[in-house]
Design a protein around this ligand. Sequence first.
Ligand code: NAG
Ligand code: NAG
Ligand code: NAG
Ligand code: NAG
Length: 217
Amino acid sequence: MGIHVQFALWSIAFSLCTWLASGWSNDPTHGFIELPFNTSFYHIQKPYDLPEEQRYSFINGVHKLWVFSTDKPLSRNSPTKPRSEIIISGYTYSSGVWQFEAYGYVPCGTSGVSVMQVFGATLPHNTSLILGVYNGSLSYFNASVIFPEVYDKWFKLNVIHQVETRKLKIYINGIFKYETLDRGGTFHYFKCGVYAQDYASYYMESRWKGIRVFKKM
Ligand SMILES: *[C@@H]1O[C@H](CO)[C@@H](O)[C@H](O)[C@H]1NC(C)=O
Ligand SMILES: *[C@@H]1O[C@H](CO)[C@@H](O)[C@H](O)[C@H]1NC(C)=O
Ligand SMILES: *[C@@H]1O[C@H](CO)[C@@H](O)[C@H](O)[C@H]1NC(C)=O
Ligand SMILES: *[C@@H]1O[C@H](CO)[C@@H](O)[C@H](O)[C@H]1NC(C)=O
């Protein structure tokens, strides 16, 4: 083969790889714009009678949130179960395509708990998506298993919410795992941490790092 032909074939192969890598990569954030994320965009919800540092720490870039099933709710008169959650209230949205990305970690033993939410729904629901941990698996609410054997390992989570079509898509470690519809609602935001559900373990904990918020422009 002449050197020119070889070069042409190599160029085509290279272009094809670049195109595949850009379009079909395992990066669900492709085509999204990253938004600024710092302490101005979130705060911590924790038992109302305790100081934040008793249920939340942020060390070496890792947010650690924990709660006990016997803890108080987030406010004195709330009927809800105890929680220690990061609420990304700085990005409250009602239209468009939004994406949450973070690395999550759930230690063995934590169960009967929401670790991530897309808040906002039509009553009687409050939340459009709960990623729960039950029986050692990450689940859609307390039902379909999305990622089995979730304990004691970091996993990359991407959640995409397309408000107009109501579609929610969940990726674990860059791989598409689950699609469902939201539960309506006029506004939404992302949350992560621990929020006790039915059959909660006495101690609940999750850790998060590399939290990023994206929007499709
Ligand atoms: C957070 O980011 C915003 C937007 O970039 C900026 O205006 C604000 O000053 C930052 N806040 C902190 C606490 O860093
Ligand atoms: C929704 O939130 C309201 C107000 O905090 C609360 O009374 C109600 O129990 C919640 N419903 C569910 C299904 O969590
Ligand atoms: C967890 O496992 C128990 C015992 O096998 C089962 O009864 C329960 O339905 C499971 N819970 C979920 C949410 O899968
Ligand atoms: C899941 O939650 C629903 C609604 O709270 C409840 O009716 C159902 O029994 C739960 N299922 C399991 C397996 O815990």
